[in-house]
Design a protein around this ligand. Structure first.
Ligand code: ATP
Ligand code: MG
Length: 558
């Protein structure tokens, strides 16, 4: 539908809006009621403590797509209020990933730039009697918080005069307290059924350097306090986050209400995207990397944006996938096949075929003259517009091991003794003999060919054969390293220990000579084997390494 297409700044269509979801219904209503006297503003607020993954991808599509749809503003904001877990390494990579996905922020912001404002806001809360300094230990605070069935107990510091709290708050900032010695608590309701409202800690002493503010601060705000202020400062209208923050919404609203913020942003939660057969959370990916189980955050098996890009997934495919998943309130795990379906759909008409034999078996055509060679014409793609190319054919070829069976299974129409098959773009051949090694493995097969059956010549198909197999010419082919992949993990991810050590299969493949010239990022369909991309990290000039992006077959039903 045309109205589902969003125009990018350059006028081109995007095709991804996350259109027609319940969040847009809320926004439509807010616009109708003139709830905000400013344009619709959204943000994507990653914590720079890892690389972005497919879940973040959905959040980006939703937030950026929403701003595009309503002609509003989309901010990319680093949620960098916790100095302990953050790292400069991640900062630039997050920007790269968002842009690669096809989105451009209106403002690039850092929550840590608001530390002064957050501090001032805390002073206001103290002065208004809405926050107090507590000298309880973390354990005491925890014990006093009560349980789901029991109310909490009031802190002995709850009625401390605000002047005293304010003085200590300043002393905290001035470095007069050690980590954990004192903290600032919001004064809300220790009997609230929502534990988040039982006088949560909103500021803590933490003598730690921050990647942005260095050693300026030794007090840092807690997430639940900082986030609403970040949103409010930027004039965000709809602060979209995932469901686990639903119970934090009353605190979000409380903070902005006590700060008397005009036209405060509203938080709306949606269900996290989950995916089968992968390991998604940053915490678990970090473990895989740090423990050397996988090499890096951009391992092609990971569903990090960096990994999926290296694997050969396209931004178009990822956006279409996110669109297909939709935005809902109920958590669900999406089948990994659904993601692969969109990758395949997108690549289908974009790339050319090549013949590559992944697990080679030698074929000798006994009646083909030794020393002779000829060219065969192959179509580059199903689309005739993509043209043709010539590949050489001679007496010795390579075919896939699995295209031969000495004793054929039922309905096996490929090569077996006595059976005639077509070599793609070349001749009909019939297997006449096999050569085995000492262990009885077939190491070479012998065939005869019919010179009157060359593809494209008159009468070439005068008899029917049931199998067509691909091949490469042993005389001219090149050796290329290929990496095939299966799922990173078993379907029920509970942690990094579900990693499947066999999820990468390295192949020493034989390929058409032109593949030697493939440049990093070039894509092909390896005939019958799937879509492949030249690896951007491991490939060298004239020595490309190929990643399997996705196989050809799918069990996914749209
Ligand atoms: P993880 O739990 O994987 O470590 P996170 O939630 O800690 O991720 P943040 O950097 O805090 O990562 O998230 C940035 C934004 O992306 C947040 O608004 C968060 O709600 C959203 N987000 C994170 N994971 C998902 C997901 N699986 N599906 C949709 N949105 C997500
Ligand atoms: Mg987080």
């Amino acid at each position: 539908m045309a109205e589902d297409l969003i125009k990018k700044a350059d006028g081109t269509n995007f095709g991804t809006t996350m259109a027609g979801n319940f969040i847009h219904d809320i926004i439509d209503e807010d616009i109708k009621n003139q709830k905000y006297h400013r344009e619709i503003r959204t943000r994507f607020p990653p914590e720079p403590n890892g690389y972005l993954h497919i879940g973040h991808c959905k959040s980006i599509c939703l937030n950026a797509g929403t701003a595009l749809k309503y002609g509003g503003v989309f901010n990319l904001r680093y949620d960098d209020t916790n100095p302990i877990t953050e790292d400069e390494e991640f900062v630039g990579n997050i920007e790269k990933d968002v842009q690669w996905l096809g989105f451009q922020w209106d403002n690039l912001l850092f929550a840590s730039d608001y530390f002064d404002k957050m501090y001032e806001c805390a002073e206001k809360l103290i002065r208004d009697g809405n926050a107090y300094i507590s000298a309880e230990t973390a354990d005491e605070i925890k014990a006093g918080r009560g349980t789901l069935t029991q109310p909490g107990t009031n802190s002995p510091y709850r009625d401390r005069p605000w002047e005293e709290s304010l003085q200590i708050f300043h002393d905290m900032r001035d470095g007069k307290y050690a980590d954990g010695e004192v903290c600032l608590r919001a004064k809300i309701d220790m009997a609230s059924p929502n534990i988040n409202m039982r006088d949560p800690v909103i500021y803590r002493v933490l003598h730690a350097s921050h990647h942005n503010t260095g050693d300026k601060w030794c007090v840092y705000p807690m997430y639940d306090y900082a986030h609403p202020i970040e949103d409010a400062i930027e004039g965000i209208t709809h602060s979209i986050c995932t469901l686990e923050f639903e119970d934090h919404r009353p605190l979000y609203n409380w903070v902005l209400e006590k700060l008397e913020w005009p036209e405060p942003p509203q938080q709306i939660e949606f269900a996290k995207l989950g995916l089968t057969n992968t390991i998604m959370s940053k915490r678990n990916i970090k473990r895989l990397v740090n423990e050397g189980i996988i090499e890096s955050w951009d391992d092609p098996r990971l569903c990090t944006i960096a990994g999926m890009r290296r694997r050969g997934y396209t931004p178009e495919a990822l956006r279409a996938f996110c669109e297909s998943v939709g935005v809902a309130k109920a958590e669900n795990k999406v089948d990994y096949d659904q993601l692969e379906y969109f990758v395949r759909e997108d690549l289908k008409n974009k790339v050319e075929n090549r013949m590559v034999v992944l697990d080679p078996l030698k074929v000798v055509i006994d009646n083909y003259p030794e020393g002779k060679s000829e060219m065969c014409t192959l179509e580059n793609a199903a689309d005739p517009e993509k043209g043709t190319r010539e590949v050489s054919f001679s007496r010795e070829l390579w075919i896939e091991k699995e295209d031969f069976m000495e004793v054929p299974a039922k309905k096996y129409f490929r090569m077996f003794p006595g059976n005639e098959v077509r070599l793609k773009g070349a001749y009909f051949v019939t297997c006449t003999d096999v050569v085995k090694d000492a262990e009885g493995n077939v190491v070479e097969i012998h065939c005869t060919y019919d010179p009157d059956t060359k593809s494209g010549t008159p009468g070439a198909d005068s008899r029917k054969v049931k199998g067509t197999i691909h091949w490469v010419d042993a005389a001219t082919c090149v050796d290329i390293p290929v990496r095939n992949y299966t799922y990173l993990a078993l379907p029920d991810e509970t942690g990094y220990n579900h990693f499947d050590p066999n999820s990468r299969q390295d192949k020493a493949a034989k390929a058409e000579p032109s593949l030697k010239d493939a440049k990093a990022g070039d894509r092909f369909q390896f005939f019958r084997n799937g879509y492949y991309i030249t690896d951007t990290v491991l490939s060298k000039e004239g020595e490309p390494v190929f990643n399997q992006t996705v196989g050809l077959k799918s069990s996914y039903k749209k």
